[in-house]
Design a protein. Structure first.
Length: 279
C-alpha cells in the first residue's frame, strides 16, 4: 500500500532568515557580558569642608567653650568680689587723710574753746572749771560722731562699689555665655547651609553617574533588543507556508510479484475468452 507524507514549511527565504536569526542570537547569547558597576558619588568639597568646619579643632562644635570659660571666670570674680573680706579694696584710699582733717578741725575747736574758757575765767585756774569740761566733752562727742560718720560713709560707699563691680562682672559673664550660645548657633547654621549645598552637588554627581550607567546598559542590551525586535517582526509577518506531498510505493516481494502476474494473466485470458478470441 502506498503512503503519502505532507511537510509544511515556511517559504525558503523566510525560513533562511529565521535560521540566520537563531544562529546569530545563539552566538550573541554565548558571549559573556560585563555589566557596568553601580557607582556612588563621593562627598563634594563643600561637604568635606563643612565637616571639617564642624570639628572641635576648628571651633565648630564646641566653639562656644571659650565664651563659657570667660563667663565662668567673670561669674567667679563676681562671687569673689562679694566676699566681705574683700571690701577693704573698695575703701576710700584717702580715708586716713579725711580722719586727720576731722581731728585737726576738732583739735582747733578744742583749743579755741579752752582759750575762751581761760579768758572768761580771768586766769588759767579757771580752765579746769565745769563749763570748760562740758565744752571739751561736747567737742569730743562731736569729734567721735564725725569720725564715725565719715567711716560709715566710707564703708557704705565701699559696699556700693563692691556691689556695682560684682554686678558688672555678673552681667559680663551672662553676656559672654549668651555670645557663646549665639556664636555656636550661627556657626552651626553656616555649617548646615554649606553641607546642604554640598549635598546638592553630590546629588548632581550621583545623577550623572546613574545616567552614564543607564546609557552603558542601553548600549550593552541594544543587540539583544534588536534580535528581539526582529523576532517580533517575524512573528507578526503573514504566513507563507508551503505544503510538500510525497508518495511512496509499498515494497512487493518476488512471490507477490509472480502471483500478481498470474492473476493478471488469468484475468486477461478470461477476458479474451469472453470476447471470443479463442473460438
Amino acid at each position: 500500500m502506498a503512503t503519502e507524507t505532507q511537510i509544511v514549511r515556511e517559504a525558503p527565504e523566510i525560513e533562511a532568515y529565521k535560521i540566520g536569526l537563531l544562529e546569530s542570537a545563539k552566538k550573541l547569547a554565548d558571549q559573556s557580558i560585563t555589566l557596568p558597576t553601580q557607582q556612588i558619588a563621593g562627598m563634594s568639597g563643600l561637604q568635606t569642608d563643612a565637616i571639617t568646619a564642624a570639628s572641635p579643632a576648628t571651633g565648630g562644635i564646641g566653639g562656644y567653650q571659650p565664651y563659657l570659660s570667660a563667663a565662668g571666670t567673670a561669674l567667679g570674680d563676681a562671687r569673689t568680689t562679694l566676699d566681705p573680706s574683700g571690701i577693704t579694696q573698695f575703701m576710700n584710699p584717702y580715708q586716713a587723710a579725711i580722719q586727720g582733717e576731722i581731728n585737726r578741725a576738732y583739735d582747733i575747736q578744742a583749743a579755741q574753746s579752752g582759750l575762751q574758757a581761760v579768758g572768761q575765767a580771768g586766769g588759767p585756774s579757771a580752765f579746769g572749771g565745769s563749763r570748760a569740761a562740758i565744752q571739751q566733752a561736747e567737742i569730743g562727742r562731736n569729734r567721735a560722731s564725725a569720725l564715725a560718720q565719715a567711716q560709715a560713709q566710707n564703708f557704705l560707699q565701699a559696699q556700693q562699689a563692691q556691689g556695682a563691680q560684682a554686678e558688672a562682672l555678673g552681667t559680663l559673664g551672662l553676656r559672654q555665655a549668651a555670645m557663646g550660645q549665639q556664636s555656636q548657633q550661627q556657626a552651626l547654621q553656616d555649617i548646615e547651609t554649606q553641607f546642604n549645598l554640598g549635598k546638592q552637588q553630590q546629588g548632581q554627581q550621583q545623577a550623572e553617574l546613574e545616567a552614564k550607567r543607564q546609557s552603558d546598559l542601553s548600549q550593552l542590551y541594544e543587540p539583544y533588543q534588536r534580535y528581539g525586535f526582529l523576532s517580533d517582526i517575524y512573528k507578526g509577518a503573514p504566513t507563507t507556508q508551503q505544503t510538500l506531498t510525497s508518495a511512496t510505493a509499498p515494497n512487493v516481494s518476488p512471490a507477490q510479484q509472480y502471483l500478481g502476474l498470474g492473476i493478471a494473466g488469468l484475468s486477461a485470458a478470461a477476458g479474451a475468452n469472453k470476447a471470443g478470441l479463442f473460438g
